[in-house]
Ligand binder design. Structure first.
Ligand SMILES: Cc1cc2nc3c(=O)[nH]c(=O)nc-3n(C[C@H](O)[C@H](O)[C@H](O)COP(=O)(O)OP(=O)(O)OC[C@H]3O[C@@H](n4cnc5c(N)ncnc54)[C@H](O)[C@@H]3O)c2cc1C
Length: 239
């Protein structure tokens, strides 16, 4: 990574989104603003057990929210980074570098955008879709979002509101109550994507963005590429 100044930010507010997922609203010091592209992440420097862990968290804020911005994360069982953040309180200070990353929305074109999210992997799509819906032009956007239960869907009211307001946006939650990897692969995203974008119409002008945790992301990528979609239209980020 190229070098970046280290920022400090105060935790202004913590919001519990589900029993194991929280948003942290952070304000950068000295009136600084954080200029970011939708989809980029920050690298947090976390003092844990006498060392500094680096953990990436995507900026969940909408474009333009640059002074007080949001990250959203779930607590991973036994995970030192997420557990450290979950032990933080309002007014605590966090350090980070960034923004980083190439998993960003390109200049919108008149295409069909398909955003495929596995659990908390929906976070980068919030600023991306917001940008797309205000960009003008003739593109459409679909969000396919897999989660174990309806109550785990993050920003659900917002997706529904956007769907009601914008004819060009649709939101498709995929709920399956079973083990995370199993639901993503066998019961959720994979069969849906195969049915709609591989077996039915293959429209090679589509643009896919995939984000989630572990192997399902790679399986989805390979499914689409194997169906003939070009590498550059199948973008993915695996956490
Ligand atoms: C570019 C990038 C952006 C990211 N943005 C976010 C974000 O916005 N929100 C977020 O919650 N996480 C995000 N992550 C994951 C985050 O950086 C940490 O990996 C995660 O919080 C686990 O760290 P840990 O130290 O608690 O556990 P670790 O011990 O480091 O991780 C243990 C395992 O958990 C898996 N894992 C990673 N993320 C998750 C997760 N969210 N839920 C369940 N298992 C996970 C990892 O693949 C790893 O196998 C991002 C990762 C990358 C690479």
């Amino acid at each position: 990574m190229p070098s970046s100044p280290t920022f400090t930010a105060t935790i202004e507010k913590i919001v519990e989104r589900t029993p194991d997922t929280r948003s942290f609203f952070l304000r950068v010091g000295n009136g600084q603003k954080l200029s970011f592209l939708p989809g980029q992440f920050l690298s947090f420097l976390l003092p844990v057990g006498g060392e500094t862990l680096t953990r990436a968290y995507t900026i969940a804020s909408l474009p333009g929210e640059e002074e007080c911005f949001e990250i959203c994360l779930n607590q991973v069982d036994g995970g030192p980074g997420s557990s450290y953040l979950f032990s933080r309180k309002e007014a605590d200070i966090l350090c980070f570098t960034g923004p980083w990353g190439n998993f960003v929305l390109d200049q919108p074109t008149d295409a069909e955008y398909i955003f495929i999210a596995d659990r908390v992997g929906v976070v980068p799509f919030r600023p991306m879709i917001a940008r797309l819906l205000t960009a003008g032009g003739h593109h459409t956007a679909r969000l396919l979002y897999a989660a174990p239960q309806a109550g785990d869907l993050l920003y659900a009211a917002e997706w529904q509101r956007w769907e009601g307001q914008c004819a060009s946006f649709s939101f498709r939650p995929l709920i399956a109550e079973c083990e995370p990897e199993e639901y993503a692969i066998e019961k959720g995203l994979l069969p849906y994507v195969e049915q709609h974008f591989v077996k039915e119409v293959r429209q090679y002008s589509r643009r896919f963005y995939i984000c989630g945790i572990g192997r399902p992301v790679l399986l989805l990528r390979d499914l689409l590429r194997g169906a003939g979609y070009e590498r550059q239209v199948v973008k993915y980020e695996k956490w």
